[in-house]
Design a protein around this ligand. Sequence first.
Ligand SMILES: Nc1ncnc2c1ncn2[C@@H]1O[C@H](COP(=O)(O)OP(=O)(O)OP(=O)(O)O)[C@@H](O)[C@H]1O
Ligand SMILES: O=c1ccn([C@@H]2O[C@H](COP(=O)(O)O)[C@@H](O)[C@H]2O)c(=O)[nH]1
Length: 237
Amino acid sequence: MTVLWKRVVVKLSGEALMGATSHGLDQGTLERIAADLAAGASAGVEIAVVVGGGNFFRGIQGADKGIDRARADSIGMLATVMNALALEHAIEKAGHSARALSAIPMPYVCQPYSRQAALNHLGKGRVTVLAGGTGNPFFTTDTGAVLRAAELSADAVMKATQVDGVYSADPKKDPAAVRYDHLTHDDAISKNLAIMDTAAFALARENHIPIIVFSIAEANAISSALQGKGRSTIVAP
Ligand SMILES: Nc1ncnc2c1ncn2[C@@H]1O[C@H](COP(=O)(O)OP(=O)(O)OP(=O)(O)O)[C@@H](O)[C@H]1O
Ligand SMILES: O=c1ccn([C@@H]2O[C@H](COP(=O)(O)O)[C@@H](O)[C@H]2O)c(=O)[nH]1
């Protein structure tokens, strides 16, 4: 496998882990994605995975139901820890070494996140699964992914999601939405494209980090994206 990047942060949507179910974790999907990550790491790419929590809980939805937003976001961050532990185990089962690190320290279940610990695991070829987003409420795991990419000097953020790229509008709501092959961070921000939050795009722009958006529904989606193959949108200057 000829790969484009030496070190990447893969942003894995929590919803991607539900497979065809409506909530939580689908074991077959987890195993497929774990094997794909293991293949990428075996090809020599240092892979950190920032995992979302939308298959369990989103803070904003909890806040809509009357839970204090900061409390609701804490629940959301804990959801990402559940996904990270499941993914760490699935990657190990797929035959590749993995470590989960949490931005919210909970040493009984996994190692607390630190930049040094993450760099150490990446340097040893372990798929490093980063839980808890930024560790702060009022953020998302998209912003967490770009933040980790900046502090770990990753070459790119690879957003593995439900859609095959960035569209002019949410394609799940607007069938007439048009897909972009390439756009700049400025375009994504000025057009208010909600595939990622503005904070994530702004941080990526400031730190010159390209973002590759692709669908995780395809077989070997991550390995293909690492080789520059398959359908995707590239957000870069
Ligand atoms: N302009 C757009 N182009 C493409 N997708 C868009 C756009 N605007 C909104 N979306 C929606 O954004 C979603 C991508 O978000 P994603 O599923 O990765 O959520 P997340 O918050 O990052 O993760 P989680 O699933 O854990 O909540 C797509 O499923 C798509 O419906
Ligand atoms: O830095 C962060 C990251 C996430 N959260 C909360 O977790 C959920 C799930 O994350 P998604 O990015 O939506 O998958 C999110 O809705 C927030 O409530 C957070 O508070 N801080």
